[in-house]
Design a protein around this ligand. Structure first.
Ligand SMILES: O=C(O)CCC(=O)C(=O)O
Length: 271
């Protein structure tokens, strides 16, 4: 799969890209594997709060191979470059609304989230909503739309009424967005199934490496010593290793941070 120039420009301008039906032939087994991960980890989702497993596709050999899938690799490489880094990702049963936020704010580097919703979701039943353009590191970086979480105080409207694109999806659709992009979801059920892959462009400068190491350090909250699972690494072909190596080379500080987090917190983070 190769993205068109128009798709790449759309992503740069608006911060997201929707790929309807990209994995429609695979979504049956992907959904079975999703359920198997939660069963295997004895996570019983009771709907009272989000259940989350990190890293996610790493938990099963077949799901790990999504990182070899020509359509997904084509999508990610089209947005980040052929030698992109894979940074793990989460698998979730979401409950209810997710308020407006971005996944941090990277001033250097290019960070991408690829998301698959495994149930049909639309504007008012928990699909991803995004505020196009809020990812921009240029003139739009101070745009007040980035404060959409304060919509009531700022604009006198509920967060669910903030102007946004609602990316309705069917199982098998894929959405990708820049981590800096403001996103949210409203009206979802107590069992909304969704998982993600996080990736970034290969780091070339000292500053980009520093940003990557900080991103890795922030994963101490999940209590893992490594960003990737043993399964993900053991089953990696040379082609997949290309997406793991730079992260492996720069995650040496994570184990000590994770040990500290285990000592200080009662459970790993849920997102
Ligand atoms: O689907 C949702 O509720 C929000 C997803 C989200 O915030 C994320 O993946 O970062």
């Amino acid at each position: 799969m190769q993205l068109t120039g128009e798709q790449r420009r759309f992503f740069e301008t608006f911060g997201y890209l929707a790929l309807p039906g990209l994995l429609k032939d695979e979504v049956g087994w992907i959904t079975e594997e999703f359920e198997a991960v939660f069963r295997g980890r004895n996570v019983v989702h009771d709907g009272s709060k989000r259940s989350c497993i990190v890293p996610f596709i790493d938990q099963r050999e077949r799901l790990s191979a999504l990182l070899d899938h020509p359509k997904l690799v084509g999508l990610i490489a089209g947005l980040l470059g052929e030698d992109f880094n894979y940074l793990g990702g989460d698998g979730n049963f979401y409950t209810g609304d997710t308020h407006w936020h971005s996944d941090g704010y990277h001033e250097v580097g290019k960070y991408l989230k690829v998301a698959l919703y495994l149930d049909a979701v639309d504007r008012d039943s928990g699909c991803l909503r995004v505020i196009p353009g809020t990812h921009r590191q240029d003139s739009l970086r101070d745009w007040e739309a980035r404060q959409a979480r304060e919509s009531l105080e700022r604009w006198g409207i509920e967060q669910s009424e903030a102007p946004a694109m609602a990316l309705a999806t069917r199982p098998g659709d894929v959405v990708a967005f820049n981590h800096n992009l403001m996103h949210a979801s409203f009206g979802g059920s107590q069992r909304r199934r969704m998982f993600t892959l996080n990736c970034c462009a290969r780091c070339e400068t000292e500053l980009e490496i520093k940003e990557l190491k900080q991103y890795i350090a922030n994963h101490d909250r999940y209590w893992n010593d490594h960003m990737h699972s043993e399964i993900m690494r053991r089953t990696a072909s040379p082609a997949r290793m290309r997406h793991l190596r730079q992260v492996i080379e720069h995650e040496g500080h994570l184990a000590a941070l994770a040990a500290k987090a285990r000592a200080e917190r009662s459970e790993p983070a849920r997102g």
